[in-house]
Write a protein that binds this ligand. Structure first.
Ligand code: FA5
Ligand code: MG
Length: 453
């Protein structure tokens, strides 16, 4: 006997975010829990770990060379988020299963790069930092949340403003003014790749690209060195037996439509390489389109939540959204005095409650269309994740696909997901978990048209 389905959220004809009203259309797909996050601005909340992380990173990129932008609205145009950066029309990131749309032309930014083009054209400074909340439809686990925070940074040089128009010399002179560090950095790959990551030979010389890449890499290495120096100082203060593990950093080739060549930085952490940022030499088209063709430079984007988790040893990304004093109270005073920084001391973990749900997708022969029901073709796992997140909110810790198979006779596909319900704030009773799980099942049936097994 299934409980009554949760009513499908009616699409309102307009939606108001941070005081501005937008018309919706058939592209609208923002659930209420995500909408409710648009005014939290954790990166600006005093003594919040995301905000403290922002402050530490800002200290590595000082004014006036860098100008800080921390107030940009999360609502941007599809053009700003994708087209202005050279994303091809068929890029998967544009799909409604990955991105939250308000209407076809308006969305919640998926990255801080959405503001690059505007800042390049306005650019009166040599660099900028943008910190902001970003939104992505994604899986559910302890390191993923539909809202997280990024810091974007860029540094530019102008051919018409450097001595003798010699960009390479100017960049190396600036590099010589940066501090050095003694962290071991692995950088095994060639600096560019003829197809994937070509030098932009129509716009600048290999020597110029090399100079910009060297300045970029040193700047970003100094950023992680600063973070890990602070993390170690905190650990050593709290734990007299703390053994200092040397920081290991490596550069790996990456691909972004708006930089070439491009890299990701990885940091060795808890036995594994963890990606912390993406970066590269900015595509010259961005400067040309922005009306500043004589400029060139680098850009990066880093995940603030992920860095904050490392810095403070925070085990679950949901904690950032907690209003619990047992969480927030641990960081009191740190925004005003970064030397007070301490690692997070976990409060007792409440028991996990695992519940499974198995269902059949509709046979593929039935027309998919816009009915909102899932067959094996138009099934998107992110839809399952979001339905669960909408109902269970921050009480869901993770959702895992534990089994799937196709019936040999009917050709129907069966999926089994295991949901871990665990509150950060209390012990869930079995009755409470069952009630949530019942509503999740009803919503899967109602919204995806699946058949429970
Ligand atoms: C980008 O978003 C690019 N805009 C970065 C960039 C900027 C490249 C400028 C070049 C020039 P990516 O999707 O890899 O790239 O995300 C960048 C960083 O954000 C990641 O390295 C990671 O630290 C963080 N991040 C990405 N997805 C998540 C997530 N779901 N949860 C937490 N952090 C995330
Ligand atoms: Mg990445």
């Amino acid at each position: 006997q299934l409980p009554k389905p949760t009513p499908r959220p009616e699409t309102p004809s307009t939606i108001t975010i941070n005081g501005k009203t937008y018309p919706t259309d058939a592209w609208f797909n923002v659930p209420s829990n995500v909408l409710a996050s648009t005014n939290r601005r954790l990166h600006l909340q005093k003594d919040h770990p995301v905000s403290i992380t922002r402050q530490i990173l800002e200290s590595v990129f000082p004014r006036p060379t860098f100008r800080y932008h921390n107030d940009f609205d999360p609502v941007v145009s599809t053009y700003e988020n994708f087209d202005s950066l050279g994303f091809p029309p068929d890029h998967p990131g544009r799909s409604r299963s990955d991105t939250y749309y308000i209407n076809r032309e308006t969305l919640l930014r998926t990255h801080t790069s959405a503001h690059e083009a505007a800042l390049f054209s306005a650019s009166a400074s040599d660099g900028y930092l943008i910190s902001a909340d970003v939104y992505r439809r994604d899986e559910v686990d302890r390191s993923h949340y539909p809202v997280f925070h990024q810091m974007e940074g860029a540094r530019v040089w102008d051919r018409t403003k450097v001595p003798n128009g010699d960009i390479a010399a100017a960049v190396y002179a600036d590099l010589a003014r940066l501090p050095t560090h003694n962290v071991k950095v692995e950088d095994p790959n060639p600096p560019s790749h003829p197809e994937r990551n070509p030098l932009q030979s129509a716009h600048h010389s290999p020597a110029e690209a090399e100079a910009i890449a060297a300045h970029l890499k040193r700047s970003l290495e100094l950023m992680v060195v600063e973070i890990f120096t602070r993390a170690k100082a905190a650990a050593a203060k709290q734990d007299p037996n703390y053994v200092d593990e040397p920081l290991r950093v490596r550069w790996v080739e990456a691909y972004f439509p708006f930089t070439s060549p491009s890299w990701e930085m990885e940091v060795y952490y808890a036995g594994d390489w963890l990606e912390v940022l993406g970066c590269g030499v900015s595509k010259q088209e961005l400067f040309i389109n922005a009306g500043v063709p004589s400029q060139l430079g680098w850009a990066f984007g880093i995940g603030l939540d992920r860095i904050a988790m490392l810095l403070f040893q925070i085990p679950d990304i949901r904690l950032f959204w907690s209003r619990d004093e047992r969480f927030l109270g641990q960081f009191a005073g740190v925004s005003d005095n970064l030397d007070l920084l301490k690692r997070f001391v976990p409060f007792s973990k409440y028991p996990a409650c695992y519940k499974d749900v198995s269902f059949w997708l509709r046979a593929t022969s039935a027309a998919g269309g816009n009915t909102g029901t899932a067959n094996a073709h138009d099934f998107h796992e992110n839809d399952v994740m979001e339905i669960i997140r909408n109902i269970a909110g921050d009480v869901v810790e993770d959702v895992r696909l534990t089994d799937q198979f196709t019936h040999p006779k009917t050709g129907r596909r069966s999926m089994c997901y295991r949901i871990n319900y665990r509150s950060l704030e209390k012990t869930l009773t079995n009755a409470e978990a069952n009630e949530l799980h019942g509503r999740v099942i009803a919503a899967l049936v109602d919204r995806l048209g699946v058949e429970i097994r």
